[in-house]
Ligand binder design. Structure first.
Ligand code: AMP
Length: 542
């Protein structure tokens, strides 16, 4: 197991192996096996590029050798920040084969997030998009490099120059890189967590191969499936639930969308006869509206998975009648646990619950504030452990001490209840995170940056209900002197290198932040205030 990670206890690991859940298969081998069976089939489609399994497999092999020639060694960490392009898939499989470990960053991340990821993982390389959506990541890379001593290599999707290497130059005669330990971390996902600095989640070959196989089985994925990757590939939901990896392991075709808009996605669904896709509720809502006027042929769709944020029943009810396919609700977390509604489930379960755990080996507890199990059907915090749920964040011993129970249950921070049929219903959360669309924003992280502004004395960030995004961020501030405008604050946060989706949507000033009897900022009161007219809010004291 890679240094800084927490292994499963030996007896538990042995149990998962004996039960055939962990099969000792490295992720790089999944593509190899699919290529052996379906070499000529189309693995990836992006725009007018169509890449067969044989081509993708060879590309990954050549790129693995190319990375090795540049000095990347097994065990090295490599931050990967690419949009939904075939290179993302090739880079990841190349690194899996080489035994180096991709660290997934979102395309929206900026110097704060990338710098943190590089420093915490000690990444030796950063794979970046070049200029993407008007933003020059090469400039960002140079800023980041000055604070990340291990970072030696920059690879860019488009363009070279200075010491940035074009990805197309990462190419060499294929070599055999064997000897990866399947119980070792294969790659790292980013937590949508609660702390001021995002936490890093190690996912092992064994645990992820199992997650991908099990989710593909639930959806009966086969060679005739075409998966549309709409959300960023770096999301666990898109990458492996079953997503890209599950589709490739099943011999199907992955179509990469540049944009989640209905215009783009409906055209791809019609042209490529897409059968499965996964989106967050706000995108589903956008698609439902568009479907009423669109003439695109969506008849190939068999399942739309919706997850990442709470799906309102009113939206859930419209999916099958309007899009003409099954709805699968997915509750998931990059940390592991997935619950899903199943194809045979009744209407009520599908529209009103987030389904049951993926694995029989998933263990779930719903507990009260005293950490004891609540009565059946009651709401409490969801704790979990299992064959694909982490036992510790990477290099985070202090946080791990509070994020896990002594016996290895992960404290999700989500409030949930179980129905009599064993389906999970997410009722809210106790963690201090805003879920805006499907994006997770740590209140503590944004508050820290707001406090860095000279005009801000105190700051509390809360999520306020929003019909479209589910929640938007509202920053309650106590000003230090003259009140900065929302525009000032946003540009200051942007200048500090914070991703755009974390910038507050709204700002309100108070003379003091309300506090609970225990002296903590009373965020519930702030959420309630957000719905009231502005004048009383601004005058509110203490
Ligand atoms: P992430 O690690 O970014 O995938 O975020 C995981 C978190 O997203 C969970 O802990 C929940 O708070 C939230 N989440 C994911 N799926 C759902 C869902 N179907 N309903 C409600 N919340 C969800």
């Amino acid at each position: 197991m890679v240094e800084g990670s927490t292994p499963w206890p030996a007896d538990v690991a042995q149990r998962y192996r004996r039960a055939g859940l962990w099969r000792g298969e490295p992720l790089g081998a999944l593509l190899r096996a699919a290529t052996a069976e379906h070499g000529q089939a189309t693995a990836l489609v992006h725009g007018d590029r169509r890449i067969s399994y044989t081509e993708l497999d060879r590309w990954a092999d050549r790129m693995a050798a190319g990375f090795a020639r540049y000095g990347i060694a097994p065990g090295d960490r490599v931050v990967v920040q690419l949009p939904n392009v075939p290179e993302f898939v090739a880079v990841c499989f190349a690194l899996f084969r080489l035994g180096a470990k991709p660290v997934f960053a979102l395309p929206a991340h900026r110097s704060q997030e990338i710098g943190h990821l590089c420093r915490i993982t000690g990444a030796v390389a950063y794979v970046l998009p070049g200029v993407h959506r008007g933003f020059d990541h090469r400039v960002l890379a140079k800023q980041v490099r000055s604070g990340a001593p291990a970072l030696r290599l920059l690879f860019s999707l488009s363009g070279q120059g200075g010491d940035v290497i074009d990805l197309s130059a990462v190419d060499d005669a294929p070599r055999d890189f064997t000897g990866q330990d399947p119980s070792d971390a294969a790659f790292f996902l980013l937590s949508g967590g609660t702390t001021a600095l995002p936490k890093v989640i190690p996912r092992t070959h064994d645990d992820y191969a199992y997650q991908v196989r099990a989710t593909a089985e639930v959806l009966s994925m086969s060679t005739s499936d075409v998966y549309l990757a709409v959300l960023p590939l770096e999301f666990n939901f898109t990458w492996g639930c079953p997503g890209v990896v599950g589709t490739l392991a099943s011999g199907g075709t992955v179509v990469l969308a540049d944009d989640p808009t209905a215009d783009d996605c409906f055209a791809l669904i019609a042209a490529e006869r897409v059968t499965v896709t996964s989106v967050v509720p706000s995108i589903a809502q956008m698609w439902l509206e568009a479907a009423s006027w669109s003439e695109a042929d969506l008849s190939s769709l068999r399942v739309v998975q919706i997850g990442g944020a709470k799906l309102q029943r009113s939206v859930a009810e419209r999916i099958t009648p309007v899009l003409g396919c099954q709805l699968q609700q997915v509750f998931g977390m990059a940390e592991g646990l997935l619950t899903l509604t199943r194809p045979g489930d009744g209407h009520e379960a599908v529209v009103a619950t987030q389904g049951s755990p993926l694995s029989e080996a998933d263990e779930i507890r719903i507990v009260g504030p005293d950490d004891r199990d609540v009565a059946p059907g009651e709401v409490g915090e969801l704790l979990t452990r299992g064959p694909y749920t982490l036992r510790g964040y990477y290099r985070a011993p202090e946080h791990n001490a509070i994020a896990f129970t002594d016996d290895g249950f992960y404290r999700s921070g989500d409030l949930a209840r179980l129905t009599a049929d064993g389906d999970l219903v997410i009722e809210g959360r106790i963690k201090d995170v805003v879920i805006r669309g499907g994006d997770k924003i740590s209140a503590a992280e944004v508050e820290g940056h707001l406090l860095g502004h000279p005009g801000v004395l105190r700051a509390a960030v809360v999520g306020v209900p929003d019909d479209f995004l589910g929640e938007r961020t509202c920053a309650y501030l106590v000003a230090a002197g003259e009140r900065p405008t929302l525009h000032d604050l946003k540009s200051a946060l942007r200048d500090r290198g914070l991703a755009d989706y974390k910038l507050p949507d709204r700002v309100e000033f108070l003379d003091e932040l309300p506090v609970t009897p225990l002296g903590k900022v009373d965020k519930k009161a702030l959420v309630l205030l957000a719905d009231r007219p502005r004048t009383p809010v601004a005058n509110q004291k203490g």
